[in-house]
Unconditional design. Structure first.
Length: 327
């Protein structure tokens, strides 16, 4: 895309946006993707100040996700400031192109089968969710006659989540975005946590059990994190403030994200194990807040600070919250 992620990119909180990446998903890797580098954490080599990292520079390739095989999804810059979705595999970068007639695209996620999902402009300049496999980019369509959509994650079963602009009689512009689940060639509306159809929801992550997380607007027009299990969307609540958002879920069903504290002046990263309330992960010294971005199967979490907006902390159940230090 050119200077944007989608044509309808909503803000996602004080520390991260929906463009933020899923740095590591599996127990076998602890990699953190940032811009044109892949940062690899080595928790076993902890120093007093926290885990160290090594960086592998990927040139002009901007990374957004990595799978178990080390294949990396992302995007490359094109002339005129536009971008194309791209795949980095075996040391080679492949331009995935765009939907027919489109000027720009971005890839946001890749599963262990090498299937890539993301967004592309079409010939009409509209943002559409895509699935890329076997050299072909496919438009996933929209919900309820909407004109735009966005794909944000895919699991190993090929289930895709994101959101779509919807069009319904009696709903004035802007039409609401609704979270979707795409499976077996069909896009399904996940709804929202509100009793009002016109309220928004965005799905941003799915695990290999098909559990989906994201955010939705409630009846009080506040943004709350949600989890959708078995087709039922549940409000995850907050850490005492009015708003929260979920950013990732691992295969154990543990969810991470951010929430405002009481008073809505500060936000904190949270983790919520299956069936439990949100736990405040705190913040690093000198920072004014935090947001958890991704969690792997071992429960290791990476996140960013509100002060600098960069992935800057590592959390494990045994070590707590630590800064990420260069090595």
């Amino acid at each position: 895309m050119k200077a944007r992620t989608t044509t309808r990119n909503a803000a996602t909180g004080p520390a991260v946006s929906d463009r933020d990446i899923h740095p590591f998903r599996s127990a076998g890797i602890a990699g953190l993707l940032v811009s044109a580098c892949v940062w690899c954490l080595f928790p076993a080599s902890l120093r007093a100040g926290g885990p160290a990292w090594n960086a592998t520079h990927l040139g002009t390739f901007f990374a957004t996700d990595v799978n178990e095989k080390g294949q990396i999804a992302g995007y490359i810059l094109k002339s005129g400031g536009y971008t194309h979705a791209a795949l980095h595999s075996n040391g080679k970068v492949t331009d995935l192109g765009t939907l027919p007639g489109g000027a720009s695209s971005m890839a946001f996620a890749i599963n262990d089968r090498g299937v890539v999902v993301g967004d592309s402009l079409n010939a009409d300049g509209l943002n559409r969710a895509f699935r890329y496999e076997g050299g072909k980019m496919i438009d996933l369509g929209t919900l309820h006659g909407g004109v735009e959509s966005s794909a944000r994650d895919i699991n190993n079963a090929g289930q895709i989540v994101g959101w779509s602009v919807t069009t319904q009689p009696g709903i004035s512009y802007p039409s609401p975005d609704h979270a979707f689940l795409y499976a077996n060639g069909r896009m399904s509306d996940l709804g929202n946590i509100s009793s009002l159809f016109g309220n928004f929801s965005h799905a941003v992550a799915i695990n290999n059990s098909g559990e989906v997380v994201g955010w939705s607007i409630n009846d009080s027009f506040e943004t709350h994190a949600f989890v959708c299990r078995g087709g039922i969307m549940s409000d995850l609540g907050t850490l005492g403030g009015s708003e929260s958002r979920a950013n990732d879920i691992n295969d154990d069903g543990t969810i991470v994200g951010w929430s405002y504290l009481a008073g809505d002046t500060e936000a904190r990263a949270f983790v919520a194990a299956r069936g439990t309330a949100m736990k405040n992960l705190g913040k690093l010294a000198g920072e004014i807040g935090s947001s958890a971005k991704s969690i792997n199967r071992k429960g290791e979490i990476v996140g960013g600070s509100i002060q600098n907006g960069r992935p800057s902390f590592y959390y494990s159940p045994g070590l707590g919250l630590l800064p990420i230090n260069p090595r």
